[in-house]
Design a protein around this ligand. Sequence first.
Ligand code: BT5
Length: 258
Amino acid sequence: MDTNKIAKGLGLNRWLGKKIHFKEEIASTNSWALKAVKEKAARGEVFLTDYQTQGHGRLDRHWESPPGKNILMSLIDHLPSSESQTPHLTLIAGVSFLKALEQSFSQLQFQIKWPNDILLSGKKVGGILCERHGTHKLAVIGLGLNVNMFPQDFSSDLAQTATSLQIATGSKIKREKVVTALLINYENWRETYDTYGLAPIINVWKKKTNLIHKKVKVTENATSYEGIVEGMDEDGFLIVNTQGKNQKVISGDITLCF
Ligand code: BT5
């Protein structure tokens, strides 16, 4: 990964990516960035690696990524003004990363699955993980994006459910260009959010999600129930109709029922 190419693509007038850190191998870019926050790293710093030994998703689930093929990135941003708006960061990241991918690969169809998956042809191509350190005002937004993986690079667990940009396009992709687009879009959408609130983000989300009016199973706090996805409320919570009543899904996992 050539960080000079990314810096050149970003230009000089951006807060995001002013400082880009790269290590060939690290436990996890999110853990690295969180440690950096503790040590006074600033908003806009970006952390990239070619290989993670302890890449993780939510609930400490493993994030799989063979060396040198994918984008493993974390960025530091400040929290929205009120504590209750913290989950908005995941939505801003989802929408901005999806828009970056649409711009870079206009022939492909991307979708968002609430709260943190990016899908391509119905399979998972990327995952987002937002984390913070205690009550710190800075958060870390991590993205794992499958870029140059071949089908045989996935473990048997993921063979049916995951895909990559190279599988979909049939050609090798320059990761630096994609990282540049991801960062530019994140910065722009964060500014849209700061000016207009969550509504523009929700508008894109509603058009790009694979969930509206689908039957899903919601697993939250060790309980689960089935229902139909009605949409998203103005605070960014998923609304699922179960037994005639609308339920707000605050966190948890959503599985499509077939
Ligand atoms: C996520 O978690 O989807 C968020 C993943 C975030 C990873 C990035 S990489 C850079 C940064 N540093 C980190 O340590 N993390 C972030 P979750 O919704 O919990 O999904 C995890 C599940 O996705 C796993 O249990 C697998 O089923 C599946 N999975 C793992 N690796 C995958 C891959 N490469 N492609 C598609 N699915 C994958």
